[in-house]
Design a protein around this ligand. Structure first.
Ligand SMILES: Cc1cc2nc3c(=O)[nH]c(=O)nc-3n(C[C@H](O)[C@H](O)[C@H](O)COP(=O)(O)O)c2cc1C
Length: 317
């Protein structure tokens, strides 16, 4: 499939996740077959006020393409200016966040709050589209709450304004990340627009990826929490949907080796002190299913250095 002029080969994209989908994790997932990756959301205001922290989130490498960067904000002009700044980092795609439920984002009218104003969604897409040469996509939710389910309306307005693909997370803002996602809304959006639709919500296995594509007709799935400590999910999806031989269960040795590779890249990209603080949660996710996981998780919270992680991994039988 193609998003604008960008060729996407594969069946599953890595979802944007603040605090998780940094360069090290995106590269890892791309290596396991993610068809596209998206970075952590970046504040449009942060970019135009030249915040180093915002800019750092935009750094991409050649090992993770095609890669999208995601911007949040609610002012069309600011979003357009931020998109121009983002282009300095050569993203393949610019994605617009219309789904974040976090109070500090939504109470400022950004993220999921945009869905309360479909006309503004359209103006933002059209401003960003007019400012950059790469495809522009949007990531929406089912709606704001159960009384305002308007994903189809917002998707159509965004398409009309020039969006090149639409990702639909099948939950309202009110539902945050629970209960289970409504895939029917993904099917309805897919029926209503011509641009590619990416389905998102609750894909935790290759079988569920196949089921979502079958039930909704979406062009690709997007995996969020199912990839935490589990980048292999992209290999499993590629193998199942590519009718390849079934993938073998991931061994503990492979689990440890990938965790170490992941964290060592984090250390390389952000320095050991910052990386190791962030690596604690990743280590805990990778330990899921490993013998003695509860004790390993308790120790993971205390990791200070990469050497500590190597020592902890040696305890695993
Ligand atoms: C820790 C975390 C951070 C997230 N950050 C973002 C973000 O920056 N931008 C965004 O559009 N969605 C964000 N999301 C939502 C995910 O992209 C995805 O839509 C959601 O988790 C549902 O997919 P899943 O059921 O596969 O996890 C985040 C989710 C989690 C769990």
């Amino acid at each position: 499939m193609k998003i604008g002029n960008v060729e996407i080969s594969g069946y599953a994209a890595l979802a944007p996740m603040a605090g998780v989908t940094d360069r090290a994790f995106r590269e890892l997932c791309a290596g396991f077959g993610a068809a596209m990756v998206t970075g952590e959301m970046v504040s449009s205001k942060g970019l135009i006020y030249d915040s180093d922290k915002s800019r750092e989130l935009l750094v991409l490498s050649e090992n993770e393409r095609p890669a999208a960067v995601q911007l949040f904000g609610n002012e069309p002009e600011t979003m357009a200016q931020a998109a121009v700044i983002a282009m300095e980092y050569s993203p393949d795609i610019i994605d617009i966040n219309m789904g974040c439920p976090a109070p500090k984002i939504a109470s400022n009218g950004c993220g999921s709050a945009l869905m309360k104003d479909p006309e503004l969604c359209g103006r933002i897409v059209s401003a960003v589209k007019g400012a950059v040469s790469v495809p522009v996509t949007v990531k929406i939710r089912k709606g704001w709450d159960k009384n305002s389910v308007n994903a189809v309306e917002v998707a159509k307005i965004c398409e009309e304004a020039g969006a090149d693909a639409i990702t639909v997370h099948g939950r309202t803002r009110e539902q945050q990340y629970m209960p289970s996602a409504d895939w029917e809304i993904i099917r309805q959006v897919k029926k209503s627009v011509k641009v590619p639709v990416i389905g998102n919500g609750d894909i935790t296995s290759a079988e569920l990826a196949a089921a979502m594509i079958e039930q909704t007709g979406c062009d690709m799935v997007m995996v969020g929490r199912g990839a935490l400590g589990n980048p292999w999910i992209f290999r499993e999806i590629s193998m199942l949907l590519g009718h390849d031989r079934p993938s073998l269960p991931v061994s503990t040795a492979e689990r440890i080796s990938v965790l170490l590779k992941h964290v060592s890249k984090m250390c390389e990209y952000k320095g050991e002190a910052v990386a190791m603080r962030e690596a604690r949660k990743h280590a805990a996710w990778y330990f899921k299913g490993v013998r003695g996981a509860a004790a390993l998780r308790r120790k993971a919270v205390e990791l200070e250095t990469f050497e500590d992680l190597i020592t902890l991994c040696r305890e695993i039988e």
